[in-house]
Design a protein around this ligand. Structure first.
Ligand code: ADP
Ligand code: MG
Length: 368
């Protein structure tokens, strides 16, 4: 084997877990000081699946992981592992009996322990020798066996994340929970560590719930996504299901930046400053919010439906973001256009709506 391939050489690829199903059933929760943090949340992670739990800061993601891990009791509802209730009105399995591993947001490595001892930390049920062996296997699995006797401070952020992953995998959990595991890494490192983590999760065959507040990260990592807002589940589905058919304006806006227009329906249609759109199911006079993605405009110098004048252009490499003034629109209309397509000196253009990038919602849905 070539020396350049040090990681794969030292990787152990044996399956380590049985794949399990973790289900939340009607979970509600409030911290001691009062207000509700989770309200009637139900969804499940299927065996071997990577499910991304997505939501803005404060939406209850960490609380839900803590409930699954058994370090926070819910106030109502049940947590089911395979067919077994592990937390419910009359059952509470302690964390160490749940076969659920947790990787904390800050990795939480002990600076005064060697990397092997950090990984060994979760293996209290085993004898010294067995624990050492299992920890070595887990460390090999993340490609870091050669760091066994080093201390955490010599590792990069990405390597520390892998040690935290090895520590969580060492007891061979059926389910692995990861709380914003990449948020502490700089953006160039993130892609590589995400890909690496995903391949380790696949090899270990653990069911995983990965928390993130970043919709793009959820789309990259998750077989499916569960979207949370203010302690309530908004939507679950594959990335393209939520992207193409968001249930409300919040879900749509979390996955792409939108231009929104509030209008009234007439004859099953709505008129917006950027064009006329079908509004099936809307009665005359109903208020609708029309949301148009930034990718939703064809921009031309010669032809189109709507006059538009450039207010600003921002070059991003692949696309440029353009703000247009459009008659009748009270805010600038934002559009993304492939770089190099439009002349740098032209100011006046024509816009045409791409119907596939237009979504129509009942107004008020954003607060649903
Ligand atoms: P997320 O992980 O999505 O950012 P959290 O689960 O950490 O959300 O928090 C959900 C809500 O619960 C927030 O409003 C937060 O302020 C509150 N919260 C979190 N931890 C505690 C705590 N220990 N005591 C009281 N309130 C808390
Ligand atoms: Mg959190």
């Amino acid at each position: 084997m070539k020396t350049q391939d040090r990681h794969s050489q030292s990787r152990v690829t044996a399956g380590v877990t049985f794949a399990a199903r973790l289900a939340f059933e009607r979970i509600s929760h409030a911290y001691a000081n009062g207000s509700e943090t989770l309200n009637d949340v139900s969804f499940s992670a299927e065996p071997g699946e990577v499910l991304c739990l997505l939501g803005p800061s404060g939406s209850g993601k960490t609380t839900l992981l803590r409930i699954a891990a058994g370090i926070e009791p819910q106030t109502a509802g049940r947590v089911i592992l395979n067919d077994r209730e592990i937390a419910g009105p009359s059952v509470f399995l302690p964390p160490e009996k749940r076969s659920i591993g947790l990787v904390f947001q800050d990795f939480a490595l002990f600076p005064h322990l060697t990397i092997l001892d950090n990984v060994r930390f979760g293996l209290t049920a085993l004898s010294g020798d067995e624990a050492r062996k299992e920890a070595s296997i887990a460390l090999s699995r993340v490609g870091l066996a050669h760091y066994a006797d080093a201390y955490p401070h010599v590792l990069s952020g990405g390597e520390q994340q892998r040690v935290a992953l090895a520590r969580a995998l060492a007891p061979r959990p059926a389910v692995l929970l990861m709380d914003e595991p990449f948020s502490g890494l700089d953006s160039r490192l993130k892609d590589a560590v995400r890909a690496e983590t995903l391949s380790i999760l696949r090899e270990s065959r653990a069911t995983a719930i990965v928390v993130t507040h970043d919709a793009e990260e959820a789309m990259r990592m998750g077989d499916r996504i569960a979207l949370l807002r203010d302690g309530a589940l908004v939507q679950t589905g594959r990335a393209e299901e939520i992207y193409l058919r968001p249930v409300n304006l919040f879900a749509a806006g979390f996955f792409s930046e939108l231009n929104c227009f509030r209008v009234r329906a007439s004859g099953g249609m709505v008129d917006t400053p950027v064009g006329r759109v079908e509004a099936p199911g809307f009665a005359d006079g109903d208020e609708a919010t029309v949301a148009v993605r930034m990718s939703g405009f064809d921009v031309s110098e010669t032809e189109g439906e709507i006059e538009a004048r450039i207010l600003s252009r921002r070059y991003l490499g692949v696309v440029e973001l353009i703000e247009f003034a459009v008659p009748g629109a009270d805010k600038p209309v934002k559009a993304s256009v492939r770089c190099g397509r439009l002349s740098p000196s032209t100011r006046d253009f024509w816009l045409s709506l791409r119907k596939s990038d237009v979504l129509v919602f009942v107004s008020g849905d954003e607060n649903a």
